[in-house]
Design a protein around this ligand. Structure first.
Ligand code: URA
Length: 441
């Protein structure tokens, strides 16, 4: 078999066999197939697509590229959740401790930022001392003892995705249904959780901008999950404006802590409650979503979820002082307000542009080797439906790179549309996909 022939086949719109896909994935993982050939194949897949069989074969080849975690030493049902990627999406930081405080074990594998979207591993690394490279024994110990552990894609867990994720990030090949489905599901299969809640984003900040495509992505991932005997539910959620106000790393951790203290933005709380209720349902501690939501609200208002957050941070070596002293987080040298030029109501916020502004501020990677600035990012002051006066700040930029401030400011300004008409906010939840079928709201 030759990589050249596999690339040419996909370039010419032909179907790849399971053997050809496995040859590519194994060869690339071992370093025998170079980045430039994998990039060419990724672009051919991006342009010409993969069918359901190819997507399933790619998922299984990736899942088999390294170790498969056996979590059977963890008592009870292990529940994981995964987002297809958004801007300001800090739900894991809130949901993990929230759901664990309600008695469901959370064994969470997370990733780094991708394209214009952020990643949980980058965010938690802004907590001084936080260790995302837990050994398997530490991971299992923490889930058994405090109900939660979070780890990055350590050495040998789906190494194929680790390499491909970084390559897709810099070759404009991220937002393809088969590549996203196989990337997410290979990690979920290899990381051994019994039940998975998928948060499939749609809108300007999502990889699937079109809602129908987001439903198709959800259906593909559910099919793959069912095929390997996992319980999977997908919630289709809105990403037509950033979630909450903060976009970056430490700024998002701070907003998450505020949410756990009861001061969170409405959209973020609502999303955490719905995803969390499904996690409780799949963890079999409640019989329906309403009961789940009522338990989670109590865990938030009683401070139990915040207490669990503290326990979790401490067990992963993080400085729990950050919870009450935000000065302990990395800071940016420059803070610049973005000033509105018009008066009216915010009609839309292009989340991808805000994600790009955050990336330019230093909070994301421009090349595979880029070092992240953990204190950088954007804090929005206005969201859709808010009234704005000309001369008022609509956002704040945090950066250490003075040379980029004007470009970042222009990018944020161009993301906002101010209207003279009243604006109806979009709904947050568009539907649910599960083995029972698809519900649209
Ligand atoms: N999240 C992933 O893990 N992979 C993708 O391709 C997109 C989002």
């Amino acid at each position: 078999m030759r990589m050249y022939d596999i690339i040419a086949k996909k370039r010419d719109h032909m179907e790849l066999s399971a053997e050809e896909i496995a040859y590519w994935i194994q060869g690339y993982t071992k370093g025998e197939i170079p980045d430039y050939q994998s990039s060419a194949l990724l672009m051919s897949i991006f342009l010409n697509g993969m069918n359901q069989q190819e997507t399933a074969d790619l998922t299984m080849a990736m899942a088999a590229s390294g170790e498969q975690l056996d979590l059977s030493d963890i008592r009870g049902i292990k529940v994981d959740k995964h987002s297809t990627g958004g801007v300001g999406d800090k739900t894991t930081l809130i949901l993990g401790p929230l759901v664990a405080s309600a008695g469901v074990s959370v064994a969470k594998m997370s990733g780094r930022g991708l394209g214009h979207t952020g990643g949980t591993i980058d965010k938690v690394e802004s907590i001084p001392g936080f260790n995302t490279q837990l050994k398997k024994e530490e991971f299992i110990y923490n889930v058994n003892n405090i109900g939660i552990a979070l780890a990055g894609q350590t050495g040998n867990l789906v190494p194929a995705d680790k390499k491909l994720y970084a390559l897709r990030d810099v070759t404009a090949t991220v937002n393809n249904l088969s590549l996203i489905a196989s990337s997410i599901m290979s990690k979920k299969i290899a990381s051994g959780s019994d039940a998975i809640v998928l948060d499939v984003k749609t809108g300007s900040g999502a990889f699937m901008k079109d809602t129908e495509e987001a439903f198709q992505l959800a259906q593909e991932m559910i099919r793959i999950g069912i095929g390997v005997g996992r319980e999977v539910v997908a919630v289709i959620t809105d990403m037509d404006q950033p979630l909450g106000y903060a976009v970056g790393n430490s700024v998002e951790v701070i907003e998450s802590i505020e949410t756990l203290k009861g001061n969170g933005p409405q959209d973020l709380i609502e999303l955490c409650l719905i995803l969390g209720s499904y996690m409780l349902l799949m963890g079999k501690v409640v019989d329906n979503i309403e009961e789940g939501e009522s338990i989670l609200r109590k865990k938030l208002s009683s401070g139990k979820a915040l207490k669990k957050f503290e326990e979790w941070i401490a067990h992963q070596g993080g400085n729990i002082g950050v919870i009450n002293d935000y000065h302990l987080f990395p800071k940016s040298e420059y803070i610049r307000p973005v000033i509105a030029k018009d008066t009216g109501t915010v009609a839309s916020i292009d989340s991808e542009r805000v994600g790009i502004a955050s990336l330019l501020s230093g909070a994301g990677r421009i090349t595979k080797e880029s070092q992240i600035d953990l204190g950088a990012g954007i804090i929005l002051q206005k969201k859709i439906g808010n009234k704005v006066k000309s001369g008022e700040a609509i956002a704040e930029i945090y950066t250490n790179d003075a040379s980029k401030i004007n470009e970042i400011e222009e990018t944020v300004l161009s993301a906002y549309k101010i209207s003279q008409q009243p604006v109806q906010p979009r709904k947050l939840i568009h539907g649910i996909v599960s083995k029972e079928g698809t519900k649209r709201f």
